[in-house]
Design a protein around this ligand. Structure first.
Ligand code: ATP
Ligand code: MG
Ligand code: MG
Ligand code: MG
Length: 441
C-alpha cells in the first residue's frame, strides 16, 4: 500500500478526552474515530488489525471444532420474552420498535437466537456435540462507555455456543474452548490468564474469565505467579482427546477476580508468588446447563429414545476490546509496537527523498519484491520531512521499518530498524529482503 493513496489521518496533538494510553494511541494513529459515545468508525489502519484478530480467532475456533455462522444484529423481542430476559436485561439493552410496532432489539448477546436455531433443526444425540459461533457487532448501552474501544457501546464480539447431551460431554466442550482461548491469545502476543468467575445459580467450576494484566484494567485480580510461567498448549493438541490435564494445570494455581476472591486461599500461597494487580477481561467462557433449553424447549433424543433438554455453554471474546488490550500491553513513549501476527502491515518502507531517481528506483524495486514475497508493506512515498515520517512510523508501530535515502543508497544500502528493540542495521536490498522474509513469513 502506498501512503500517498492511503487514508491515515494521524493526529499531531494528544486528544484530551482519551484517559488511557491505548485510546490515545488509537486516535493519534488514525485507527478509529468516535461517532457518538462508545460508537466508533473503524478507519483503514484499525480495520486491518481488527481483521487480523478475527482471522486468528477463526483459525483457533476451527481447530477446536467450532463452526462459524452469522446471526443478525437486530433480534425480535419475542425470543427474549421466551427466555424471560426481555425484562430482566434492563437498560443495557437497546430496544427498537419497527414500523409495524413490533418490539425489536439490537443484540447484546445471542443465547436466545442460537437456541432457536438449534431447536428448529437438531433432534438427536447423533448430531452432538455441536458448537456454533459467529463474530458479530453487539450493542450494550453501557452506563459509562470509556477507554475507547475497550468499553464501547457498539463492539465486536466472538460468541460461541456449545450443545451437548449431558454435563459430562458439556465439560469436554468447555475444555475445548478453554484450551482454544489459551492458544488464541498467545498467538496475538498476549498472556491471558484464566480466572475463576461467578457461575450464578448454576454453580460448579465451569466459568472462567480470561484476563490480561494491565494497570489500566477495570478488574481487580489476584493470582499465583506460577501461572505466568505455564506453557501454552501446542498447535497439534488433539482437541478431541481428554483435555482435562491441561485445564487442570491452568486452574490449579490460584487466580480470581475480586468478585470471586478468597483472601484465605490467596494468603496460603507463598508470599513471593502472590500477585495482586489490575486486568482487562478479554474473554469469558461459561457453562449454563439447561437454562435456555428448558425455557425455550430445546430438546434432543438420547440413545434410549427419551427426550432431554440440551446442555449449553457460551464462550465470548471481545474482538474489538482486544485492540485496546494489545496496545496497553505493547507500546512505548513513541507509539504502538504491534506483535507481527496482528500488525496492520508488517513493514513500513520510508522513501526519504521522493522525486530523487536513485532513491525512488531502489525503494520501488524493494517494495515490489517485498509484496511479491507476501510481506504487507506500507510504503511512504510522500515528500514529507524525514522527522515526521519517522515519528509516524514509530507511532503506528509496524514491526519493521526500512529506510531508503540518497546517502545510504549511493552505497546500495537500506537502514532496517526493528520497532520493538530499536536495533538498526544497514543492509543491501537482498539482505533486507532475506531478513524480512525470515522474520515475517
Ligand atoms: P465487562 O465485565 O467488561 O462489562 P462482560 O462480563 O459484561 O464484560 P461478557 O458478557 O462476558 O462481557 O462478554 C464477552 C466479552 O465481550 C467480554 O469478555 C469482553 O471481552 C467483551 N465485552 C463486553 N462488553 C464490552 C464492551 N462494552 N466493549 C467492548 N468489549 C466488551
Ligand atoms: Mg458488562
Ligand atoms: Mg465481566
Ligand atoms: Mg463476562
Amino acid at each position: 500500500m502506498r501512503l500517498s493513496r492511503y487514508f491515515l489521518p494521524i493526529l499531531k496533538e494528544t486528544p484530551k478526552e482519551a484517559e488511557i494510553v491505548s485510546h490515545r494511541l488509537m486516535l493519534r494513529a488514525g485507527m478509529v474515530r468516535q461517532q457518538s459515545a462508545g460508537i466508533y468508525s473503524w478507519l483503514p489502519l484499525g480495520l486491518r488489525v481488527l481483521r487480523k484478530i478475527e482471522r486468528i480467532v477463526e483459525e483457533e475456533q476451527a481447530r477446536a471444532g467450532a463452526v462459524q455462522l452469522l446471526m443478525p444484529t437486530i433480534q425480535p423481542a419475542d425470543l427474549w420474552r421466551e427466555s424471560g430476559r426481555y425484562d430482566a436485561y434492563g437498560k443495557e439493552m437497546l430496544r427498537i420498535t419497527d414500523r409495524h410496532e413490533r418490539d425489536m432489539l439490537f443484540g447484546p448477546t445471542n443465547e436466545e437466537m442460537i437456541t432457536d436455531i438449534f431447536r428448529s433443526s437438531v433432534r438427536s444425540y447423533k448430531d452432538l456435540p455441536l458448537n456454533l459461533y459467529h463474530i458479530q457487532w453487539k450493542f450494550r448501552d453501557e452506563v459509562r462507555p470509556r477507554f475507547g474501544v475497550m468499553r464501547g457501546r457498539e463492539f465486536l464480539m466472538k460468541d460461541a455456543y456449545s450443545f451437548d447431551i449431558d454435563k459430562e460431554s458439556a465439560r469436554h466442550a468447555y475444555n475445548r474452548m478453554f484450551v482454544s482461548y489459551l492458544r488464541t491469545f498467545e498467538r496475538m502476543g498476549l498472556q491471558a490468564i484464566p480466572m475463576k468467575a461467578d457461575t450464578g445459580p448454576i454453580g460448579g467450576d465451569m466459568s472462567h474469565e480470561f484476563i490480561i494484566l494491565a494497570s489500566t484494567g477495570e478488574s481487580e485480580v489476584f493470582l499465583d505467579k506460577a501461572l505466568l510461567d505455564l506453557d501454552t498448549p501446542a498447535a497439534d493438541t488433539d482437541f478431541f482427546a481428554d483435555l482435562s490435564p491441561i485445564v487442570e494445570a491452568w486452574t490449579t494455581p490460584y487466580a480470581a477476580t475480586d468478585e470471586m476472591h478468597d483472601e484465605t486461599a490467596f494468603g496460603a500461597i507463598a508470599e513471593d508468588r502472590r500477585v495482586s494487580a489490575r486486568g482487562i477481561e478479554v474473554g469469558h467462557i461459561f457453562y449454563f446447563g439447561t437454562k435456555y433449553s428448558d425455557a425455550m424447549n430445546a430438546k434432543v433424543a438420547t440413545s434410549e429414545g427419551t427426550e432431554v433438554p440440551v446442555h449449553m455453554g457460551s464462550y465470548g471474546i471481545g474482538v474489538s476490546r482486544l485492540l485496546g488490550a494489545l496496545i496497553e500491553a505493547h507500546h512505548d513513549d513513541d507509539g504502538i509496537i504491534w506483535p507481527a501476527s496482528v500488525a496492520p502491515f508488517h513493514v513500513g518502507l520510508v522513501n526519504l527523498k521522493a522525486g530523487d531517481a536513485l532513491t525512488d528506483g531502489a525503494c520501488e524495486d524493494l517494495y515490489a519484491k517485498l509484496e511479491a514475497a507476501g510481506i504487507e508493506v506500507l510504503y511512504d512515498d510522500t515528500d514529507g520531512r524525514a522527522g515526521a515520517k519517522f515519528a509516524t512510523m514509530d507511532l503506528i508501530g509496524l514491526p519493521f521499518q526500512v529506510v531508503g535515502g540518497p546517502r545510504g543508497l549511493k552505497d546500495g544500502l537500506f537502514e532496517v530498524k526493528d520497532r520493538a528493540t530499536g536495533e538498526k542495521e544497514m543492509l543491501s536490498p537482498e539482505a533486507t529482503l532475506n531478513k524480512l522474509v525470515a522474520a515475517l513469513t
